[in-house]
Design a protein around this ligand. Structure first.
Ligand SMILES: CC(C)(COP(=O)(O)OP(=O)(O)OC[C@H]1O[C@@H](n2cnc3c(N)ncnc32)[C@H](O)[C@@H]1OP(=O)(O)O)[C@@H](O)C(=O)NCCC(=O)NCCS
Length: 149
């Protein structure tokens, strides 16, 4: 991949770049969702900001968003979640998501995290394969849902 590539902490000003990538991936505009999410993860009062973006020549081309939980939700260990991972379709399959995940995991290790959780739609085989290749396995926790009548 030509150009200068850096990984850095996600900041508020990354909103537009992230929405653009997400729109290219999902064909939806989820600006409101990302605006709310970025507000939360960049709020120093709430938690540590563990989310990372990848820049290529100054442009956001990938991101990983997550959170750290210190013994919350009845889970006694320090754990983390990966909520969203996305790479611009024009530069997928060049190792960018792997690099973002490696950096995220290094930060999690430094924060004393024991376990990292993520949710993948059962039919999202590409994402499932990606996590499987990075040694993620099915969790002992099960995801329950209730369909509102
Ligand atoms: C899944 C996803 C994150 C992977 O991103 P990526 O940057 O393409 O991931 P990587 O390049 O690290 O790995 C993908 C493949 O490229 C291969 N690869 C890694 N480095 C490579 C390199 N330097 N040269 C060639 N191939 C490489 C990997 O082996 C891997 O192959 P595999 O899947 O067959 O095992 C990306 O496809 C994506 O954003 N998908 C959409 C996810 C989504 O729906 N998110 C929610 C909305 S944002």
């Amino acid at each position: 991949m030509a150009g200068e590539r850096i990984m850095r902490v996600l900041k508020k000003g990354d909103l537009e770049g992230i929405v653009a990538i997400d729109t290219r991936i999902t064909n939806q505009n989820r600006r409101e969702y990302y605006a709310r999410k970025i507000d939360t993860i960049t709020d120093p009062e709430r938690s540590i900001n563990t989310s990372i973006v990848a820049e290529l020549d100054g442009k956001v081309v990938g991101f990983i968003m997550g959170d750290v939980y210190f013994g919350e939700f009845g889970i006694p260990e320090t754990s983390a979640t990966i909520d969203t991972l996305g790479v611009d379709p024009s530069i997928q399959n060049k190792g960018l998501a792997s690099e973002l995940l490696d950096q995220f995991m290094m930060n999690m290790k430094a924060a004393g995290v024991n376990k990292v959780y993520t949710l993948v739609n059962w039919d999202d085989f590409a994402l499932e394969k990606f996590f499987s290749r990075h040694k993620f396995v099915p969790s002992k926790r099960i995801n329950l849902e209730f369909q509102m009548p």
